[in-house]
Design a protein around this ligand. Structure first.
Ligand SMILES: [Cu+2]
Length: 234
């Protein structure tokens, strides 16, 4: 089996800082980066590979623990910080395990798209943590934004482009510009979906007029419905 090594650094863009300034939902905030990146790198391997992650904690005042989700077999997974509420600071990324050499997926597709969903609050993560552990309990409220692949738009309604609001006029180069999943007609794509939300549970809808879900999806989605990891073919 092939052995893959990933240098895995958790640090800020500038070493003396713990966080990156970033605008995941068009509002500047602070996020935790890995290797100075946000969103974080995707780790990809084949079933049976050994992944060695060298974790260098460059945060000055915090420990770091990474929780690796379900990595024993081929599938769509993710990893996230598990020290305090680090997941809420953006410390997570995709972990994709392909089938082992010589094995085939039980379905065919021509392209692959990855969708990592998360919830995002503007309040400080410590405010959230203290509220959750307080007696009496203090709920921080619903998230300000939902992010897809680390990007979302705060306070933008679906009809905003019809109004005169200057908010939500995305040109495409912004840190919060919606990720675009490119597809071509008459091809089958595998959409990998993972939810890394810390407190919110999500419903995902795909707003296209013609979407033919492969029947295999229903079988596999049913099998996976109790987890937060799904995929579908379309
Ligand atoms: Cu976890």
């Amino acid at each position: 089996m092939e052995k893959k090594e990933y240098p895995f650094y958790i640090r800020s863009h500038v070493d003396v800082q713990s966080y990156l300034f970033w605008s995941p939902d068009c509002v500047e905030n602070v996020v935790k980066g890995i290797n100075g990146q946000y969103p974080r790198p995707t780790i990809r391997a084949k079933a049976g590979d050994t992944i060695v992650v060298h974790l260098h904690n460059k945060l000055h005042t915090e420990g770091v623990v990474i929780h690796w989700h379900g990595i024993r077999q081929a599938g769509t997974y993710f990893y996230h910080g598990h020290y305090g509420m680090q997941k809420s600071t953006g410390l997570y990324g995709s972990l994709i395990v392909d089938v082992a050499d010589g094995e085939k997926e039980p379905f065919h597709y021509e392209g692959e798209l990855n969708m990592l969903l998360s919830d995002w609050w503007h309040q400080n993560v410590h405010e959230k943590e203290i509220g959750l552990s307080s007696n009496p309990f203090r709920w921080i409220g619903e998230p300000q934004s939902l992010l897809m692949n680390g990007r979302g738009q705060f306070n933008c309604s679906l009809a905003d482009h019809l109004s005169n609001s200057s908010v939500c006029k995305i040109r495409g180069g912004e840190q919060c510009a919606p990720p675009i999943l490119h597809v071509q007609p008459n091809k089958t794509y595998r959409l990998r979906i993972a939810s890394t939300t810390s407190l919110a549970s999500l419903n995902l809808a795909i707003g296209v007029s013609q979407l033919y879900l492969n029947t295999l999806c229903f079988i596999n989605c049913l099998l996976l419905e109790k987890s937060n990891l799904h995929f579908l073919l379309f």
